[in-house]
Design a protein around this ligand. Sequence first.
Ligand code: AMP
Length: 225
Amino acid sequence: MQEDHFKCKLTTWDYIYDLCLDVADQVKDSGYGPDVIVALARGGWFPGRVLCDLLGLDDLESLKIEHYVGTARTGEDPHIRYPVAPDAVEGKDVLVVDDITDTGKSLSWAVDHIEEEHSPGRVDTAVLQFLESSTASPGYVGEVLDEWAWIIYPWNFIEDMVDLVGRVLGDEPLDMGGVRRELRERFELDGLWFEVAQPNRMEEVMEEAERRGVATRGGGGWLRA
Ligand code: AMP
């Protein structure tokens, strides 16, 4: 997705935690008892850590696969950026965890990588959210999303918002009302829900956009830097 109009959904910590609880229940009900969680960096880290807690696991490993280069922008085919530690999964039953599966490439690449390089025991997969576009079929799914949207997770709220703000700013200054209007019209970010989910954070977002060299102040508002 490269367009500058697409649906975004803002989530909250509570909502995400509930999805973690659902996934943990499914794993427990299935009778699967993984020895180690491999969390895909970076989106799988929070769910991976919480699932360790809920499932009673000490071992949490990280695997970084890259192919997204910004909010809803895909880059190259995924590649392994940082592999799992060589002995972390050998002979062990593994649960690979990610936040969302969209194309499904990260999840299937992760499983292939672990199975081909690390001689694990059983390997199963869990995601908090699943999009029908996915070619991967995770073993455990917190929720199926019925339409495509870019999910703004609490752990990358600032990162995503700065990216979106960068897309709405241009050569004409926009004040805060203008920025909010553009975010609503182009990314379906409802202002009311925004204030419920992330109260009073727009100033901080704009400050960060400035600090990160995305926005600059001028003409009574903000311009693209
Ligand atoms: P995938 O396309 O399944 O390989 O997705 C790889 C990673 O990109 C996911 O783990 C997310 O961190 C991120 N991602 C992909 N699609 C979305 C989306 N619709 N909303 C939020 N994050 C996404």
